[in-house]
Design a binder for this molecule. Structure first.
Ligand code: ZN
Length: 247
């Protein structure tokens, strides 16, 4: 029997009584676990296996399958269920994680990113749009798609007032060097947005959520982060479409 800590990313019913849950773990990526008699389980084990619950799971491994023996809640994030936009954004985070993180992938910072985003979303201590941008850009960086935001690709300018960011390749040209090339998808942004992107992809984890952006910059940052993630993952997400339909 093994014990792991994880966040439930998805639950789906099997037959009358059972369900499968997919959990995000620090050590083993995303695991699929069979929960026998899920409909009859109440109390602590029941709440531990709900969507977005952060719990400690005792698992029996038999062949290629894992079965839940018992579970204890660590934090259930009940506060997310008090707001439709919060639970919708959290569901989007879960769907993206489930798509991006494979079994056996080991990256403690990904688990930390998910827990921190859910925490700030639940407490309301950070703007939802800021959390969404941090989630999208930091996750992409952690899984190997970090944008190259060090300097202008042509002249090396570090802090241009205005620049053109290429969604497809993650690099940028300052306004002086930029030559319009209609074959690529560029986004015109100003320095504060570049600074925010740099912070999100490069900051130490302990400082990741400690920054602010103006209203205007947030709009550009939101558009950039979402386009960057969707372009590189080459797909859309139903939970994102729903979230955008209600905000
Ligand atoms: Zn330049």
């Amino acid at each position: 029997m093994t014990t792991v800590e994880g966040i439930v990313l998805k639950e789906r019913s099997v037959g009358e009584q059972d369900k499968f849950i997919d959990i995000l773990t620090k050590e083993s990526g995303v695991l699929e676990i069979s929960v026998k008699g899920a409909r009859k389980i109440n109390g602590r084990t029941g709440s531990s296996t709900q969507l977005l619950a952060y719990s400690r799971f005792c698992i029996d491994k038999r062949g290629n399958y894992m079965y839940l023996n018992s579970a204890e809640p660590i934090h259930i994030f009940y506060g997310l269920r008090e707001s439709l936009t919060k639970i919708s954004l959290a569901s989007y985070f879960a769907e993206v994680m489930r798509f991006c993180i494979k079994p056996e992938a080991q990256n403690g910072d990904i688990m930390r990113l998910m827990l921190n985003c859910l925490h700030y979303l639940e407490t309301g201590e950070r703007d939802e749009r800021l959390l969404k941008s941090v989630f999208e850009l930091r996750l992409m960086s952690e899984i190997g798609y970090m944008p190259d935001v060090v300097a202008c690709r042509s002249c090396g300018a570090y802090e241009p007032e205005e620049l053109f960011f290429c969604i497809a390749d993650g690099g940028f040209f300052c306004a002086d060097c930029f030559e319009n090339d209609s074959s690529a998808d560029y986004m015109k942004i100003k320095l504060p947005v570049l600074s925010a992107v740099r912070h999100i992809v490069l900051a130490d984890f302990g400082r990741l959520f400690n920054f602010r952006v103006s209203e205007g910059s947030q709009q550009r940052l939101s558009a950039l982060a979402e386009a960057y993630m969707l372009t590189h993952l080459e797909r859309s997400f139903g939970t994102l479409d729903f979230y955008k339909s209600i905000v």
